[in-house]
Design a protein around this ligand. Structure first.
Ligand code: 5GP
Length: 233
C-alpha cells in the first residue's frame, strides 16, 4: 500500500511548522535533511476495503507522543478497526488491565513465547519486552482492518512480514513538549524517563523510514489526518 495524502516523505519543501521542527531536529541530530513534506490530501483506498493482508496499519512514535490517545479516538469513531493487544514484561500502570491494555507476562513466559514463535514481532524497549501476538492478528485480519501500535524495532520487523502495511510515524510538536508529556504522566522513575527520552531521539531520527509522518500537536487535527491516511475520511 502506498501512503498518499497528508504528510508524505520526499515531496517538495513545504512551509509547515511541525514538520519544519522535525527537519530541524534531523539537522540537530546530524541526519541528512530529507524532511517529510506536506501535500494536499489525496483520497486513499479505505483500509477496510483492502485484501486481507494489506489491511494492516502500523503506528509508531516515541513514548509519550500520544499514540494511545490518538488510537483510542480513532477506534471510538471506527469500531470496525481491530487494535492488537500486545504482550509485555513491564508492570501494569494504574488503571491498566491484563488482556485489555496488555497481556502482562513474566520475562520467563515472554521468552518462552519468543522461542515458540508466538510473536509477529517483538522488541526490547526501555528495559522491558513487548510483542505482538501472531495468532490473534492473523485471525482478526480475516475479519477486517488491523492496527498495531508499536515501537520502531517492531515496525521494522512488520515491514518484513507485511510489506504492504501502511506505516505511520507520530511525532511530537517539539522535543521539550515530548519530555513534558512523559513527565506529566507521573508513572515513570527518573531513570525510566531518561531511557525513554534517549530512545525517543533514536525513534525521531528514523521518521523518514515511514510512509507518512503526523505531528501530534492538536489531537483532533492529527485524528483527521490519520483518518485521511487510512482512507476513512
Ligand atoms: P508503554 O510502556 O509506554 O506502554 O510502551 C512503550 C513502547 O512500547 C511504546 O512505544 C509502545 O508503542 C511500544 N509497544 C507496545 N506494544 C508493543 C509491541 O507489541 N511491540 C513493540 N515492538 N512495541 C510495542
Amino acid at each position: 500500500m502506498q501512503a498518499q495524502g497528508c504528510f508524505r516523505l520526499g515531496d517538495p519543501w513545504p512551509p509547515n511548522g511541525g514538520l519544519l521542527w522535525l527537519a530541524l531536529l534531523r539537522l540537530h541530530l546530524g541526519i541528512s535533511p530529507a524532511p517529510p513534506l506536506l501535500c494536499d490530501p489525496v483520497p486513499t483506498p479505505s483500509m477496510t476495503s483492502q485484501p486481507s493482508r494489506d489491511r494492516v496499519a502500523v503506528i509508531t512514535g516515541p513514548s509519550g507522543v500520544g499514540k494511545g490517545t490518538l488510537v483510542r479516538r480513532l477506534l471510538e469513531r471506527h469500531p470496525e478497526i481491530w487494535l492488537s493487544v500486545s504482550a509485555t514484561t513491564r508492570s501494569p500502570r494504574q488503571g491498566e488491565q491484563d488482556g485489555r491494555d496488555y497481556f502482562f507476562r513474566s520475562r520467563q513466559d515472554f521468552e518462552q513465547c519468543i522461542a515458540d514463535g508466538d510473536f509477529l514481532e517483538w522488541a526490547e524497549f526501555a528495559g522491558n519486552l513487548y510483542g505482538t501476538p501472531r495468532q490473534s492478528v492473523e485471525r482478526n485480519l480475516e475479519q477486517g482492518p488491523v492496527l498495531l501500535e508499536i515501537e520502531l524495532e517492531g515496525a521494522r520487523q512488520v515491514r518484513q512480514s507485511f510489506p504492504a502495511a501502511l506505516q505511520i510515524f507520530l511525532a511530537p510538536p517539539s522535543f521539550e513538549e515530548l519530555e513534558r508529556r512523559i513527565r506529566s504522566r507521573g508513572t515513570d522513575s527518573e531513570a525510566a524517563i531518561a531511557r525513554r527520552l534517549e530512545r525517543a531521539r533514536e525513534e525521531l531520527a528514523a521518521a523518514s523510514e515511514f510512509d507518512a509522518v503526523l505531528v501530534n500537536g492538536d489531537l483532533e487535527e492529527a485524528l483527521g489526518q490519520l483518518e485521511r491516511l487510512l482512507g476513512l475520511a
